[in-house]
Design a binder for this molecule. Structure first.
Ligand code: CTP
Ligand SMILES: C[C@](O)(CO)[C@H](O)COP(=O)(O)O
Length: 237
């Protein structure tokens, strides 16, 4: 693939994993013999991305440097920075840590099943569209509810996707959007595309991801993720 642009990736690992309910933050839990965070870093390390900014939790920089970045020889990790209270704070810190980039990938360190194919597909899309996110069409029927749990709307399923990461943007575009984000709007933010949509109105293209590209969020997700790895090994045998 031809590439002359400068491409950066922010890998987020500064969350506390409250829903995982584990004393060790979920990004460091062991999955198939390696820390959860290893898998996303490995895919970005071996991809078209030029440099990676790793965003970690408070007092975790040295731990990550020794036990992940140096141990697994991730040479594209050019900086490790301490994240913020919410995901959007960590993204903003990550964006500011990038010195020079045309495009930026933003990825949850808690999503170990990102693939090189997703990275390449989104790279093609972002050069054309300026902003794209990986996602999958929903399989269930979705209901929009009111505050008392009564259904107020059933959107047509063919138009409903769940979105994942990576979310990929022209660097300056997403940086400007995050700079505009005020604290009262930030409270509702659950992904990066939403910041761009609400702050600039820029269109965001959906790119087909995979149903495997799950986020490790609650304890049962680890069981499912282990099963995915077992399945992969079986296929390789
Ligand atoms: N302040 C935060 C919060 C989240 N994240 C990262 O964003 C990704 C997605 O967030 P989520 O799954 O919500 O992680 P946690 O915040 O750790 O989980 P919880 O909401 O259950 O506490 C994770 O890779 C997480 O480490 C981050 O870098 N900084
Ligand atoms: C960005 C994200 O992974 C897209 O699905 C998700 O919205 C993160 O949400 P979380 O509440 O921080 O897990």
């Amino acid at each position: 693939m031809m590439k002359k642009n400068k491409v950066a990736a922010i890998v987020l690992a500064a969350g506390q994993g409250r829903r995982m309910n584990s004393s060790v933050p979920k990004q460091y839990l062991v999955l198939n013999d390696k820390p959860v965070l290893y898998y996303a870093l490995k895919v970005f390390e071996d991809s078209l991305v030029d440099e990676i900014v790793l965003v970690t939790g408070k007092n975790q920089i040295d731990y990550c440097k020794e036990n992940i970045v140096e141990k697994y020889h991730f040479q594209k990790v050019v900086s490790i920075v301490e994240g913020g209270k919410e995901r959007y704070d960590s993204v903003r810190i990550g964006l500011n840590a990038i010195k020079n980039a045309d495009y930026v990938y933003i990825h949850d360190g808690a999503r170990p099943f990102v693939t090189n194919c997703m990275i390449e597909k989104t790279y093609s899309a972002v050069q054309k569209e300026g902003a794209c996110v990986v996602g999958v069409p929903v399989k269930d029927t979705i209901k929009i509810a009111d505050q008392s749990d009564y259904v107020v709307e059933t959107p047509r399923r063919e138009f409903v996707w769940t979105v994942q990461t990576p979310q990929v943007f022209e660097y300056q575009l997403i940086l400007n959007a995050y700079e505009k984000l005020s604290w009262n709007k930030a409270a509702d933010v659950t992904d990066d595309a939403m910041v761009l949509e609400s702050m600039t109105g820029h269109k965001v293209k959906l790119v087909m991801g995979s149903y495997e590209n799950m986020k490790i969020t609650t304890p049962e997700d680890l069981v499912i993720a282990e099963a995915f790895f077992k399945c992969r090994h079986k296929k390789e045998d």
